[in-house]
Write a protein that binds this ligand. Sequence first.
Ligand code: TRP
Length: 332
Amino acid sequence: MSTKRVLSGIQPTSDSFHLGNYLGAVKQWVELQDGHDAFYCIVDLHALTVETDPALMRKRTLVSAAQLLALGISPEKSTLFVQSHVPEHNQLAWVMECITGFGEASRMTQFKDRSAKGGTDSTKVGVFTYPMLMAADILLYQADLVPVGEDQRQHIELTRDLAERFNSRYGATFNIPSGFILKQGAKIYDLQNPTAKMSKSSDSVSGLIEILDSPEINAKKIKSAVTDAGREIKFDEKEKPGVSNLLTIHSALSGQKISDLENHFSGKGYGDLKGEVADVVVEYLKPIREKTLELLSDEAHLLAMLSKGAAKAHEVSSTTLAKTYSNLGLVR
Ligand code: TRP
């Protein structure tokens, strides 16, 4: 049996990943490196669909790369690269656009939501063609598995449809990828609003544990987390979402079972729980933050690693693009 190829992408749209990004996605990317041929892409071109400040864009791309490495993405095991370093992404995206129906693209929920909110005049064409660029990201590498969150399911479906359509019109060209919808195992909620997902789009940063925040800030955020009525420490997402979220965070980082934690905290108070969760989080994130800052302090070295990744990616993507062009009858 041959090794399955994995591909995923993350947008460089924040100054720091938060715990939800890590536990919801990146941790599983790290696990998939073993036993798979993994390609991980920082999708900077996708991030251009929202107006960006050039200095921030550059900084966030490097911060994303450094964090992925610090969180355990290994440049030996995986191919880690920046999307815009590999020109075939745009080249194949055009081909994908030429086999996608206008109506089909108009039905994509991300486009529908953003154009409903902003109106068609201010919604960019890039938001409309976003899914075709994403399909290109995936199909260029002949990926078998695409680990993504539930919100990306429709994009994966479109990618499969486009690959099948192309293959049946022009001959076998693309592997048909499967979505690998990330397990909901460790769903992390906002500390201030523990029924909403921990997300950078929440109203305030006080509910977010950011990987690059100082240990003091993160400890403070946990100690000010919203808890629930009553005083018992038990996992009950409905009646005790705040306490349950803290237990989930503890368990995900310490590796202890929730039931063991409930026993451990029996008879103790919310203050004890928060204090211990703060310690666990700070302890866990400290080396990751330090490693990230160290990687960022040597930009030339970081860029060299990304450039190696891009060269490895290009070997695969150029082969797929050549096959695609040739199957389309473009004169080579
Ligand atoms: N659309 C994805 C997101 O917003 C990011 C992405 C771009 C991606 N290209 C990809 C994910 C390819 C997986 C595979 O999360």
